[in-house]
Design a protein around this ligand. Structure first.
Ligand code: NAP
Length: 526
C-alpha cells in the first residue's frame, strides 16, 4: 500500500496544505519517503464536524456492531502484513521482534475491548424501581447507565508506535465507549500512522458506520494539536508523552469556556526498592534482571526503572558490582528519534557533571544516534537536596540512591512524586520492612510489583497503568486494560421514564441480557 502522506478525514483522503514534513529514519536521522501534508484549520474543522455528526449514531450503535468494528480494525491491521513492520522499523529504530509482538498486543487489545463491549458491563446499568407506597414520600423510578462522553482527541506515544498510537489503547477504549476519535499522528512515525489509520478507515466502511467515527491528522506544527484540544466539539483528550507537552494541553483544555478532561500519561521514574535480605540472598540475579529491564527497548519505556533505593550495605555493594558488569556488556541502541536521543544525552551529561553523583558504568559505545546505557549512584542526602535528580531521563539510565537504613529509604520514598509503578524486591526476613513501606507505596504508584520489574505491562482487567501526578493527570484512571474505557464514559440517570423512551439497557425486560444492579444488587434479572 503506497504511503501518500494524506490526511484521513472521515472517508476522504486529503492532501494537507499547511506545510510538508517527512518521516525520519531513526538510524540515520535522514528524511525519507513521501512528504506528509500538514492539516489546515479547515481540515481540523471538517474532522471535528464529522465526528460531532457521527456521535449520536455511533454511541447508540449496537454492542455487537461496535465489538465487530473493533475486531475488524484488528484484522485490517494484520492484513497490512510486513509492510507495516518494515515501515515502523525504519521510523522508530525498534527491532522486528519487538514490533511483531507489539502488533499482536495491539490486536489483542482491540479484541479485549470487543469483549468488554459485548458484555455490556461498562454501561453500569442500575435500576432503583419506584416505590409508590413509600412513606413519608413515594420513591421515584430511577435508572442509570453510562454513555459515551463525545468525540475524543488522541495524541499517541512515540515509544509504542502500534500499541499506544493510532489504534492503541486510547483509541480502542474511546471507540469501545462509543466515542468518535480524531488522532493527531505522532510525527515520529507518520507512515506507520497512515497505514494503521487506513486500516481503521477501511473498518469504518466495512462495518457501515458513520464516516466521522475516525479521522487522522498530520501536522508538524503544535498549533493544530492545540486547536484540536480547544475545539468545542472535542469532549476529552488521551495523551501519552512528555510532561511539558501534557501540561500544555491540560492548560488549553482547562482554559476552554467549557473545560474537558485530559487523560495525560506523562513522566515516571518507577522506583525500585531492594530490601536488605533480598540483596543478601541474590544480589547477582536481581542485578541481571534489573539491567535487562533498564535496557529493554533502549530504555524507552514509561515503566523503565530509573531510580533504585537500597540500604548502603554489603548486599548493595554486590548488586552494584554485578549491575556494572552486566551493563558494561549492553550494546548501544538506536533511539526513537534524534530529538529523544539528544534529550537522553543531555540528561546523562547533567548526571555526569553533578558533583555528588558517581557514574558506575556505561554500556558499549555504538554508532551515531545510538545511546549507551548508563548507571549512576548518589547518597540519600544528595538526592534529597537536589530536585533535579528526580527528573526522568527518558532512556536506559538509572540512579542508585544509597540510604543509611530502611527509615531513611522510607522518608526518601515519601518525598517522591507520583509514579506509574514501584517495585519491591524482598525475601523472607524483609516482610516487616515491606509491610511498613506498603502504605507509602500505595500512595505513590498505580502498580506495585514484587520481585519483578514493571516494564512488562499486561493488558487485562486488573491492570492499572496510571498513578498520581505526574505519572498521569488523573490518578483515578488507567490507560491500559479494560478499565481504560471508564475515562470516556459519563453516567446519566433517567427518572420516571416510560418504558418506550428508555434506552434498551434500562428496559425492565432486560432485552440486552445485561448484568444490572437492581436496588443495589447485581444480577441478570429481566
Ligand atoms: P511529546 O513530545 O510530548 O509528544 C507527544 C505528542 O504530543 C506528539 O504528537 C506531539 O506532537 C504532541 N505534543 C507535544 N507537546 C505538544 C504541545 N505543546 N502542543 C501540541 N502538541 C504537543 O513526547 P514524545 O516525544 O512522544 O516522548 C518523549 C517523552 O515522553 C519522554 O521524555 C518521556 O518522558 C515521555 N513519555 C512518557 C510515557 C509515559 O507513558 N509516561 C510514554 C512515552 C513517552 P509532535 O508529533 O509534533 O511532536
Amino acid at each position: 500500500m503506497p504511503i501518500t502522506g494524506q490526511l484521513l478525514i472521515g472517508r476522504a483522503r486529503v492532501r494537507g496544505q499547511h506545510g510538508d514534513f517527512h518521516a525520519i529514519d531513526a538510524r540515520t536521522g535522514e528524511p525519507f519517503g513521501a512528504a506528509f501534508g500538514g492539516a489546515t484549520m479547515a481540515d481540523l474543522d471538517r474532522a471535528c464536524a464529522l465526528a460531532d455528526e457521527a456521535f449520536d449514531a455511533y454511541r447508540e450503535s449496537t454492542l455487537e456492531a461496535r465489538a465487530a468494528f473493533l475486531e475488524t480494525i484488528g484484522r485490517n491491521i494484520v492484513a497490512i502484513g510486513d509492510e507495516l513492520i518494515e515501515r515502523c522499523m525504519a521510523e522508530t529504530g525498534l527491532p522486528r521482534a519487538r514490533l511483531e509482538g507489539e502488533r499482536a498486543r495491539t490486536v489483542s487489545q482491540l479484541a479485549l475491548f470487543a469483549s468488554v463491549v459485548r458484555s455490556g458491563d461498562f454501561l453500569d446499568a442500575r435500576i432503583d424501581p419506584a416505590q409508590p407506597d413509600r412513606r413519608p414520600q413515594p420513591r421515584v423510578d430511577l435508572r442509570m447507565r453510562s454513555i459515551a462522553i463525545g468525540p475524543v482527541a488522541v495524541f499517541g506515544a512515540s515509544n509504542f508506535p502500534l500499541a499506544f498510537s493510532v489504534a492503541g489503547g486510547d483509541t480502542a477504549s474511546a471507540l469501545a465507549a462509543g466515542c468518535p476519535v480524531i488522532v493527531k499522528a505522532h510525527s515520529a512515525h507518520p507512515g506507520t500512522s497512515e497505514l494503521v489509520g487506513l486500516a481503521i478507515q477501511q473498518a469504518v466502511q466495512d462495518c457501515g458506520l458513520p464516516e466521522g467515527v475516525f479521522s487522522l491528522l498530520f501536522t508538524s506544527r503544535r498549533g493544530i494539536g492545540q486547536a484540536l484540544v480547544a475545539d468545542p466539539r472535542i469532549r476529552a483528550v488521551g495523551f501519552t508523552g512528555s510532561r511539558s507537552g501534557g501540561m500544555e494541553l491540560i492548560k488549553i483544555a482547562n482554559a476552554r469556556p467549557e473545560p474537558i478532561p485530559v487523560y495525560a500519561e506523562m513522566s515516571s521514574i518507577n522506583p525500585v526498592i531492594l530490601l536488605p535480605d533480598a540483596l543478601a540472598q541474590r544480589a547477582d540475579v536481581i542485578a541481571r534482571q534489573f539491567v535487562a529491564s533498564l535496557t529493554l527497548g533502549a530504555g524507552q519505556f514509561c515503566t523503565n526503572p530509573g531510580l533504585v533505593l537500597a540500604v548502603d550495605d554489603h548486599g548493595l555493594h554486590a548488586f552494584e558490582r554485578a549491575a556494572e558488569a552486566a551493563l558494561a556488556q549492553v550494546p548501544a541502541a538506536t533511539m526513537l528519534t534524534p530529538g529523544i536521543y539528544a534529550s537522553y544525552l543531555a540528561g546523562i551529561e547533567r548526571l555526569e557533571a553533578h558533583g555528588d553523583v558517581e557514574r558506575l558504568a556505561k554500556g558499549v559505545a555504538g554508532e551515531r544516534l545510538q545511546a549507551r546505557a548508563a548507571l549512576f549512584a548518589t547518597s540519600a542526602e544528595a538526592f534529597m537536596a537536589d530536585p533535579s535528580l528526580r527528573e526522568e531521563v527518558f532512556g536506559a539510565a538509572s540512579l542508585i540512591v544509597r540510604c543509611r537504613d530502611v527509615d531513611a529509604l522510607h522518608r526518601l520514598l515519601g518525598s517522591l512524586e507520583g509514579q506509574l509503578t514501584t517495585t519491591i524486591y524482598l525475601d523472607a526476613s524483609d516482610g516487616e520492612a515491606a509491610r511498613g513501606l506498603l502504605p507509602t507505596l500505595e500512595r505513590k504508584a498505580g502498580r506495585i510489583v514484587v520481585n519483578g520489574f514493571g516494564t512488562g505491562v499486561e493488558v487485562g482487567h486488573a491492570m492499572v497503568h496510571g498513578g498520581p501526578f505526574p505519572a498521569t493527570s488523573d490518578t483515578r484512571t488507567t490507560s491500559v486494560g479494560s478499565g481504560a474505557i471508564g475515562r470516556f464514559l459519563r453516567p446519566v440517570s433517567y427518572q420516571d421514564f416510560p418504558e418506550l423512551l428508555l434506552p434498551s439497557a434500562l428496559r425492565t425486560e432486560n432485552p440486552l441480557g445485561l448484568t444490572r444492579r437492581i436496588d443495589g444488587v447485581l444480577g441478570r434479572q429481566g
